[in-house]
Ligand binder design. Structure first.
Ligand code: FES
Length: 183
């Protein structure tokens, strides 16, 4: 049985305005916190913080690089460590090594600086070519004029140790920029 004296509360205009503003504030806070949390996950990921990037890594004996100056591709292996684990050596990138003298070697990262595809060495033209958007690079990594890439291939530091060991300071760099910015 219903009570005829029962009354339903209807919020006034001021109360409705407050509720709308409150709801908008809550939605705004939720939308804002998602990218913040994503950033924190990346920042705190120990595997991302501790890799071999930027350290000298042994790549190959000098004898493995052709003496005629033809570049040869090598995989870069590195062990990754974090607060809990030390992973065995895993591939972290690749480079082209080329003899520039009997005891000197140059190294280029295989990643195209335009948008990150892998370049290929073409023996017929003695140049590097990117199949994604047709950037071309000279033997020393210099960019060909008609290429969409804004800089040449990224050269890496090389050290010859013990007269026969080729060590490279492996690094990746930001794609799409004219400056070489380590990532
Ligand atoms: S990624 Fe190499 S040309 Fe675009």
């Amino acid at each position: 049985m219903s009570n005829s004296t029962e009354q339903h509360y209807t919020p006034g205009p001021e109360r409705r305005g407050f509720l709308k503003r409150f709801a908008a504030g809550v939605i705004g806070a939720v939308v804002g916190i998602v990218p913040l949390l994503s950033g924190l996950v990346v920042l705190l990921d120990p595997l991302r913080r501790k890799s071999a990037a930027g350290e000298f890594t042994y790549v190959a004996p000098l004898g493995a690089i052709p003496e005629d100056g033809t570049p040869r591709k090598f995989t870069i292996l590195a062990s990754r460590t974090d607060a809990w684990n030390k992973a065995p050596q895993t591939p972290v990138g690749a480079i082209y090594l080329r003899r520039t003298g009997p005891k000197t070697v140059s190294a280029l990262n295989v990643v195209c600086p335009h948008a990150g595809c892998f370049v290929e060495f073409q023996g017929a033209n003695k140049s590097y070519y990117c199949p994604c958007h047709r950037s071309a690079f000279a033997l020393d990594g210099a960019i060909a004029s008609a290429s969409p890439a804004k800089r040449g291939l990224d050269a890496l530091e090389v050290e010859i140790r013990k007269d026969n060991e080729v060590w490279v300071k492996f690094q990746n760099f930001l794609a799409g920029t004219s400056d070489k910015i380590p990532t």
